[in-house]
Ligand binder design. Structure first.
Ligand SMILES: NC(=O)c1ccc[n+]([C@@H]2O[C@H](COP(=O)([O-])OP(=O)(O)OC[C@H]3O[C@@H](n4cnc5c(N)ncnc54)[C@H](OP(=O)(O)O)[C@@H]3O)[C@@H](O)[C@H]2O)c1
Length: 331
């Protein structure tokens, strides 16, 4: 079988994690890395045994030996860098959030379709054994109709708060209030918000303050998704239904185990059932395999992480930003 060759644009922190996962995925290799700074490309290449380095993203996009490109630049540049690769016919795995706005995501999807090239948002949590197993348990009716899901995400405040009013902030910092929390949270339940999340709350400056969207899910379920940068909380999650509740310990978005607690009304509830899943490399391997599987079957869109889902998340984030009063200079 032909080796599947990846390229990386933007060798920063997350690209490092991607490269580590890639070394342990069968049938693939890292063929090239591109940085605006050749010294950074060289040091990344040395750390991860990458044979080719470029000091321009255009050169990597044009490299005929590369099958797929992982875009790991700040999300203010995703639309530009992903589209560059798509126009060269490369498959693209684009870091999340896919872009600054739903308008940009729509343009990227159009470019993928026009060039018959694969595009997927790197929503890695969507492909984890945890997500797949919980989705299966819910679909099998083990939990019953969902009444509530309550994931939380919180980190300590950044030492230097981002400034949303500047151009550089539009390139990098706003991901701090951005798509990963609602995206991960909604994706783990395989559900779409029934209406826009309301309300996001904010104290100035917006990017460092809490965003607490709550959205309706199908079947009269509800989700409470809390995200804040002002404090650190336990990253646990609960999904409760008519028959049972699922508890995921910290960190809920990348765990390899969870427990099922039968409803107390059932006299035969018994002890919680521990579901132990396969050990992970670092969680990125599943999105890598999904990309390779889709490309090998000539898909331009993943059935598990569709264009519509990325558009839905981008629209959700547009709504949250509007509620918080955050406007990018490019809008
Ligand atoms: N999946 C996840 O869980 C997760 C977690 C964290 C971040 N992310 C996403 O991953 C992306 C990268 O995050 P990161 O933490 O890896 O960032 P980072 O360490 O700052 O790296 C970003 C890279 O982008 C390149 N870049 C191009 N234009 C840039 C600009 N104007 N300003 C700064 N960097 C620029 C830089 O590479 P060169 O200068 O070398 O070309 C830099 O190495 C973001 O979209 C972020 O939202 C995802």
């Amino acid at each position: 079988m032909k080796q599947f060759t990846w390229g990386i644009i933007g060798p920063g922190k997350i690209a490092n994690k991607f490269a580590i996962a890639l070394t342990l995925v069968e049938g693939t290799s890292l063929g090239a890395v591109a940085s605006r700074d050749i010294a950074r490309a060289k040091s990344f290449a040395e750390a991860h045994n990458v044979p080719t380095i470029y000091d321009s993203y255009d050169q990597l996009a044009a490299d005929p030996s590369i099958d797929a490109v992982y875009i790991a630049t700040p999300h203010g540049y995703h639309a530009e860098h992903a589209s560059l690769c798509l126009r060269h016919g490369k498959a693209v795995l684009c870091e999340k959030p896919m872009a600054l706005s739903a308008r940009q995501v729509g343009e990227m999807v159009d470019t993928a379709r026009a060039n018959n090239a694969f595009l997927m948002e790197a929503m890695w949590t969507r492909f984890l054994p945890l997500t797949e197993e919980i989705t299966r348990q819910i679909a099998d009716g083990q939990i019953g109709d969902l009444a509530i899901s309550a994931p939380t995400s919180a980190s300590p405040p950044p030492s230097t708060p981002p400034d949303a009013s500047t151009t550089s902030a539009s390139a990098a910092a706003p991901s701090s209030i951005s798509a990963s929390i609602p995206s991960s949270s909604v994706s783990i339940f395989s559900a779409n918000p029934g209406r826009s999340p309301l309300p996001a709350t904010s104290r100035q400056p917006a990017p460092t303050t809490p965003a607490t969207p709550s959205s309706s899910l199908p079947k009269a379920s509800s989700a409470v998704i809390t995200s804040t940068l002002t404090c650190q909380t336990g990253l646990t999650a609960e999904i409760a239904g008519a028959h049972a509740a699922i508890h995921i310990l910290s960190p809920w978005y990348r765990n390899d185990r969870f427990t099922i607690h039968k409803n107390n009304r059932d006299q035969a509830a018994g002890e919680p059932i521990l579901i132990q899943l396969e050990p992970m490399i670092n969680g990125f391997e599943y999105q890598i395999r999904e990309t390779m599987n889709c490309v090998s079957t000539h898909l331009i869109e993943s059935p598990k992480m569709s264009f519509d889902f990325s558009l839905l998340m981008a629209r959700t984030m547009d709504t949250i930003r509007t509620q918080l009063g955050v406007k990018y200079p490019t809008e």
